[in-house]
Design a protein around this ligand. Sequence first.
Ligand SMILES: [Zn+2]
Length: 163
Amino acid sequence: MKRLIIHWTAGTNKPCPTDLLHYHFLVSGAAEVIPGKYKVEDNENVNDGKYAAHVGGGNTGSIGVAMCGMYVPNGVNIKRTEYPLTKKQCERTFKLCADLCKKYNIPITPDTVMTHYEFGKKHPKTSSAGKIDITYLTPWEEIDTNRIGDFIRNKIRWYSEQK
Ligand SMILES: [Zn+2]
């Protein structure tokens, strides 16, 4: 596997059946880790159509981890979602990402561990362009949108250094 992409589901704080098809792992608002239908290895090759489709234009070799939440009705500011990300959910996600990077030998760099938003910015001609996950972290609302990827990578690095 060459990279890991971090998402939110834009749903409630629990996975819905469709979410399970689209991500390898989901983390609920209560910080439970729920495996999706497809294994990480299913994304080594996407030609058979059996893989977790989570990052348009970049599914091959990409692990998909999603935090459940951030459903926002049309026209409503994302900060006013009824399903905000919780701090324990975010921390559990960062630890899970650290474990996955270790298991699959993925270095924690901006080119190999990124949010869906960052992937879309790097690949503007894919269907990932314009994705807003993750442009806002409820527990750390002061962090600027374009610093969130670095913040998350620092958190993942910290977890990867723990014994
Ligand atoms: Zn996404």
